[in-house]
Write a protein that binds this ligand. Structure first.
Ligand code: HEC
Length: 238
């Protein structure tokens, strides 16, 4: 994506009705945006942090599909309920020293109460996640999620031709990335990150995706279905 298109997209995002809609959300849902970059409300959709679906009554650190819990959280013995969640969101590091949630806490008790009221409903079994803050970002098209760093990661199984990487070459300090729409972009090698997503939102095997990263338009991520695809897909050629 060229720089102009990027700027246009940002302008669209800032001025679009979708942005206005977000602000009419209930306060608790709005507060959940502080969490949505790391937590989904859909069962077993894990990101930086575990899915929060069915949170009430769950033992801390116990979601079987999440592989990255700290020992501290797993050993805490906490059962999540109104009181324990209020303490956790006030000051996670105080409640569970050495936990690995990179979040400093919400000091405003009203904001915590609003957030917990929203979460209690939204994490109930069968609660429809479509209307939550995390997915509104997605309505902006998959690219915005990656660009703004918030909301649920875009699904990369069904790619727009401009996102579908068909070839990558490497020459000296430069990658050239060709996409299915026929465009080729070049990147300084330190500005292109090579990642994997083997999960349900990850790309199809053999169809890596390019997603803009950062705010300047000079960086991107290429996301592959599996680590072994990475070097196979990059051809050393000048
Ligand atoms: C930058 C990422 C990030 C943000 C932002 C974040 N979390 Fe977390 N969260 C994590 C990680 C990582 C863990 C696992 C911590 C550990 O194992 O020590 C976690 C754990 C949790 C847990 C425990 C879940 C369990 O299965 O035991 C809850 C509850 C939680 N977060 C709620 C929230 C809420 C609510 C917010 C927003 C106010 C939030 N988090 C913001 C990353 C984040």
């Amino acid at each position: 994506m060229d720089r102009l298109l990027f700027v246009a997209l940002v302008a669209f995002f800032v001025s679009s009705p979708a942005g206005a809609q977000q602000d009419s959300a209930a306060p608790g849902e709005r507060n959940f945006r502080a969490c949505a970059a790391c937590h989904s409300l859909e069962p077993d959709r894990n990101m930086t942090g575990p899915s929060l679906a069915n949170l009430w009554g769950r033992k801390a650190g116990s979601l079987p599909s999440f592989d990255r819990y700290s020992d501290a959280l797993k050993a805490s013995g906490i059962i999540w309920d109104d009181r324990s969640l209020d303490a956790w969101l006030t000051d996670p590091a105080h409640m569970v020293p050495d936990n690995e949630m990179p979040f400093e806490g919400i000091k405003d008790s009203r904001a915590r109460a609003d957030l917990l009221a929203f979460l209690k409903e939204a994490t109930k079994p069968g609660a429809a996640p479509e209307r939550t803050a995390e997915n509104r970002m997605n309505g902006m098209g998959g690219m915005m999620g990656g660009m703004m760093g918030g909301g649920r990661a875009p699904n990369l199984k069904d790619l727009d031709p401009s996102q579908h990487v068909t070839g990558i070459t490497h020459c000296r300090d430069t990658y050239r990335v060709t996409t299915a729409d026929g465009n080729t972009r070049h990147f300084w090698e330190r500005n292109l990150r090579l990642k994997t997503d083997s999960g349900q939102d990850g790309p199809q095997s053999g169809a890596p995706a390019i997603v803009p990263a950062g705010m300047m338009g000079d960086r991107a991520d290429v996301i592959f279905a599996a680590p072994e695809e990475i070097s196979k897909s990059i051809e050393p050629r000048c």
